[in-house]
Design a protein around this ligand. Structure first.
Ligand SMILES: [Mn+2]
Length: 197
């Protein structure tokens, strides 16, 4: 096995002011064939919100070979009767050389290549709560030297700087975010910087 060789990852996470535990859950992994990253944010706060975001992340963890479409569908069905959750998933297929991403609700995903070709996902509105729903998955060719930035809705638009997309060190992106963003968070905040080399 050959873990972590193709995608460099750095994560910044901070809970909402006054909360000890963060309601956002995330997961990422790399295998020989693919890279998968997801952020889930349970609606509301407290233990039921955390339960929903954790259900979603556990499903993705145990089904990393599934497509983004399949993952969103299974996560949605497993949230029936639970507190809803918003979800962003990014999947890189190293063999097919494709990137696929989808977000249901307010999880942002952006990508930028070294020659400044920038893409931002169009989130599907709403949230996952077991109801049948349609959603779009954006699929692109996977170019080497591409940064992917995924973030929960605790990240404010004004905190997203151009620098995040042009820097080649993922650790410096999350460190810079830590230094320049508001110290007091009004919502749970997760920012994941990834670079496919
Ligand atoms: Mn949130």
């Amino acid at each position: 096995m050959n873990f972590g060789k193709r995608v460099e990852v750095s994560v910044f996470q901070k809970p909402k002011k006054g909360n000890y535990e963060c309601g956002d859950s995330y997961f990422y992994t790399e295998t020989d064939n693919e890279f998968v990253c997801a952020i889930a944010d349970g609606l509301g706060s407290g233990e039921f919100a955390k339960e929903s975001s954790q259900i979603v992340i556990d499903i993705i963890k145990s089904n990393i070979h599934a497509t983004v479409e399949q993952l969103v569908k299974v996560c949605n069905s497993q949230l029936q009767g639970k507190r809803g959750a918003v979800l962003g998933i990014l999947k890189l297929d190293f063999n097919a050389k494709t990137s696929s991403f989808s977000s249901i609700g307010n999880i942002g995903i952006m990508s930028i290549t070294d020659n400044q070709e920038k893409k931002r996902n169009i989130p599907n509105s709403g949230y996952l709560a077991g109801f049948h729903r349609t959603f779009k998955v954006m699929k692109h060719q996977l170019e080497p030297n591409t940064n992917f930035i995924m973030f929960s809705d605790g990240v404010m638009d004004k905190e997203l700087s151009q620098y995040f997309f042009t820097n080649k060190s993922m650790e410096s992106i999350t460190k810079t975010y830590e230094q320049t963003s508001e110290k007091v968070r009004v919502d749970d905040t997760t920012l994941i910087a990834m670079r496919y080399v």
